[in-house]
Design a protein around this ligand. Structure first.
Ligand SMILES: [Zn+2]
Length: 114
């Protein structure tokens, strides 16, 4: 019977928006979504055993994206949290620039990922 055991059940977790730039697929100016995909073994309707985690930065419009490493994910998650704090008025634009300057590795990743 199909569907009793699913070895490839993926759950997507969104971590906000990270890098800004033109999507290399649809060419629109976007802020990439930072997503984490956890693959579970699902038996009947219960999830067991997360056995794989992948990280991606994806275009919110066309879905095109890139696989990124866990290290890149952690740095971009920091950027996503900064973007969110700025958007919600929790930090000023000046504070945003200061935090961002301290983490210049993010801008190096931007060249690789987008
Ligand atoms: Zn796109």
């Amino acid at each position: 019977m199909p569907g009793i055991i699913d070895f490839n059940h993926k759950k997507k977790q969104k971590h906000g928006n990270c890098l800004t730039g033109p999507c290399s697929h649809c060419r629109r100016e976007i802020q990439y979504d930072l997503n984490e995909y956890v693959t579970f073994i699902k038996i009947f309707k219960m999830l067991f055993f997360p056995h794989n985690v992948t990280y991606r930065s994806e275009c919110p419009i066309c879905g095109f994206g890139n696989d990124i490493s866990e290290k890149q994910f952690k740095d971009l998650k920091f950027l996503a949290e900064l973007n969110s704090a700025l958007k919600n008025g929790e930090i000023s634009a000046k504070q945003y620039d200061q935090y961002r300057a301290k983490n210049d590795c993010i801008d190096k990743f931007a060249k690789v990922i987008t």
